[in-house]
Design a protein around this ligand. Structure first.
Ligand SMILES: Cc1cc2nc3c(=O)[nH]c(=O)nc-3n(C[C@H](O)[C@H](O)[C@H](O)COP(=O)(O)OP(=O)(O)OC[C@H]3O[C@@H](n4cnc5c(N)ncnc54)[C@H](O)[C@@H]3O)c2cc1C
Length: 410
């Protein structure tokens, strides 16, 4: 039975105290939301940020950099180390693992994702994954007593970790079954440059290979072609799967991710979802995708807070997806869809590179390596109809900021 409460006084229960859940709670408080807000998280820690876990935290172990805020706003109740077990959409209740139930007028699912595992290696003690602060602590601790790290999977988090371990003086190896690095998120030409960079830093990278076995005695892994590589510690970084079981069990439409529209609405009335757990329409490709990035988790969560505060006025969330990945001295930034049929490069005086894709004369995607300023400018041209040409981009003396501003006022 739906309860009749003023929209601005409805109780909001948020499941998942990661970046997305935390941001919804704080943005509601900032926007003066008068209803009760409860944040339920199954981890024992206050909300924290994941990006440092594969990067700076591995180098210095400084935990002060990971906490999202020292204190939550006063009207937000945090229930830590409390797992939500089931949603009862009819009674508008959430069942928790201590046997209690939480009533809600609005329920927000922000349950994120968990690492995919390799069943054949799962039970071995020196095989870890990286998602949580505890995972990061365990990896940092293990790295102190081994000479080498083997990362299985050439995606962004694995490469960041491999670069951190190399900086710590460990022998770093990456084994990727695909023909190139970061196959899901960067164009091949940019992946080739990254490959060269990592190899120049002493990281051994094996493409088109898998791990066939681990030799625990020798602390080595045996690849599918018989090569042996050092593997004092093994971290599996082969992607993630959505924590969408709660939604699926409640009959909400999911497919490795909870389907949401631009207003973060799921298929159940009063139930919303934000962050990595969602499958949302990518405004650049037009497809429903999981957009597993920090910027999306934060942006979608802020948008939902506005939607809950001003249901009639808020506009749909349609930001261009983008992410960054700091891999040692390589800062990679990608936005939009890097699949357009026309491409052009820009190389700046300091060696920073930008690769831009066009489709039908419009910019669809931008990938930058150590070229943050140009990236920020060119990203603005991804959805608008106005554009710059490949020739303008690549001209040696081009002032990208001026060109973008000119294009945007046309
Ligand atoms: C090591 C690492 C490095 C990263 N680096 C970058 C980067 O450089 N750039 C970038 O753009 N992105 C990066 N990301 C991705 C970014 O951190 C995520 O996109 C972001 O954390 C998503 O936030 P979220 O709140 O949706 O999900 P999460 O951060 O996964 O939070 C979900 C929370 O919900 C909890 N939960 C799940 N189920 C339940 C339940 N039933 N009951 C209660 N609680 C539950 C989970 O335990 C978790 O605490 C990185 C991620 C990792 C792991």
């Amino acid at each position: 039975m739906s309860k009749l409460v003023n929209a601005e006084r409805q109780s909001v229960v948020i499941v998942g105290a990661g970046l997305a859940g935390f941001t919804v709670a704080c943005a509601l408080a900032q926007q003066g939301y008068a209803g009760e807000v409860t944040l339920v998280g199954d981890e024992p820690w206050p909300p924290y940020d994941r990006p440092p876990l594969s990067k700076q935290f591995q180098l210095d172990g400084d935990e002060s950099q990971v906490w999202l805020a020292p204190e939550l706003p006063p009207n937000v109740k945090l229930q830590r180390q409390r797992k939500a077990l089931a949603i009862d959409p009819r009674r508008q209740e959430l069942c928790l693992d201590d046997g209690s139930t939480l009533p809600w007028d609005r329920l927000v699912l922000a349950t994120g994702t968990r690492p995919r595992r390799l069943a054949q290696l799962d039970t071995l003690p020196r095989v870890l994954t990286l998602r949580t602060l505890d995972d990061a602590r365990a990896i940092r601790e293990a790295l102190k007593s081994v000479a080498s790290l083997l990362v299985i999977g050439g995606g962004p988090i694995g490469l960041e970790l491999a670069a951190s371990a190399a900086e710590l003086g460990r022998q770093s190896t990456v084994v990727e079954m695909g023909p190139r690095l970061m196959g899901r998120s960067v164009p091949a030409a940019m992946a080739d440059i990254l490959l060269e960079y990592h190899r120049s830093q002493g990281i051994a990278i094996h493409l088109g290979r898998t791990v066939a076995a681990l030799d625990d005695g020798a602390k080595e892994a045996v690849l599918d072609d018989g090569q042996r590589v050092p593997a004092g510690l093994v971290v599996v970084g082969i992607g993630v799967q959505a924590n969408d079981e709660l939604a699926a069990q409640a009959g909400i439409a999911c497919d490795d991710g909870v389907f949401v529209d631009g207003w973060c609405r799921t298929t159940a009335p009063g139930v919303f979802a934000v962050g990595d757990v969602t499958r949302q329409r990518n405004p650049v490709t037009g497809r429903f995708e999981r957009i597993e990035t920090w910027a999306n988790a934060q942006g979608q969560a802020q948008a939902l807070a506005s939607i809950l505060c001003n249901p009639g006025e808020a506009r749909a969330y349609d930001a261009v997806p983008w992410f960054w990945s700091d891999q040692g001295g390589a800062r990679l930034q990608c936005a939009g869809a890097l699949t357009g049929e026309q491409q052009a490069w820009r190389v700046d005086a300091a060696g920073g590179r930008v690769l831009v894709h066009w489709s039908g004369g419009r910019i669809t995607g931008v990938a930058a390596l150590n070229a943050a300023r140009d990236f920020v400018q060119l990203k603005k041209l991804i959805l608008p109809r106005t554009t710059i040409t490949p020739e303008q981009l690549s001209a040696p003396a081009a002032n990208i900021r001026a060109l973008v501003q000119q294009a945007l006022v046309l």
